[in-house]
Design a protein around this ligand. Structure first.
Ligand SMILES: C[S@@+](CC[C@H](N)C(=O)[O-])C[C@H]1O[C@@H](n2cnc3c(N)ncnc32)[C@H](O)[C@@H]1O
Length: 165
């Protein structure tokens, strides 16, 4: 599968694209393992409509395809009363989640160009970040070290260019 020249960024688990300033940013290839749409309790629709269905454990791209990968996998292992959250954001497989996330990191780094950037989002409500980082072979650079105490934002930009630069 080839990538559009104007899509240097991959979001392989994009769900409803809630954190994107532009949900149709043409620099981004939006993926997810599912393609579905349903009605929320307040009557609005919630769409998971990826540009392409994909599995982040086995990505359909050659090595070194993207300049940036944005990674926001499900973070809930126990869903229960959070079933609505699981529908919106997915859930980890209680049996295989560690191997799934290990493969996810490996695949996402495989499809990055050398010195490409991986942006990883995690919520520690059920599993601490320290456990997740052990599943990744690369060393992280920086992040928010006090996520519960600060009102600080990190915003990611990308300088414009053409694919061949
Ligand atoms: C936390 S949500 C992403 C939310 C998104 N960043 C946003 O801004 O709305 C995680 C998504 O990962 C997807 N997912 C789960 N397993 C996956 C897999 N193996 N490959 C690709 N996507 C997967 C789920 O379907 C879910 O939509």
């Amino acid at each position: 599968m080839s990538v559009n020249a104007y899509q240097p960024v991959l979001d392989p688990a994009s769900s409803g694209r809630m954190f994107w300033f532009d949900k149709h940013d043409t620099r981004v290839l939006f993926g997810d393992i599912r393609d579905e749409s349903w009605e929320l309790c307040d009557g609005r629709r919630f769409d998971v409509k990826p540009d392409m269905e994909m599995d982040y454990r086995d990505l359909p791209f050659p090595d070194g395809t993207f300049r940036m990968v944005v990674l926001d996998p499900p973070h809930l292992r126990h869903v229960g009363e959070n079933a609505y959250m699981a529908k919106k954001y997915g859930a980890l497989d209680p049996e295989t989640w560690q191997e799934d996330l290990r493969l996810m990191f490996r695949e996402c780094f495989r499809v990055l160009k050398p010195y490409g950037v991986l942006i990883f989002k995690w919520n520690e409500v059920q599993i601490p970040l320290s456990k997740i980082l052990k599943l990744c072979e690369e060393k992280p650079l920086f992040g928010n070290k006090q996520p519960k105490q600060t009102g600080t934002h990190w915003i990611v930009f990308m300088k414009a260019g053409t694919e061949e630069q």
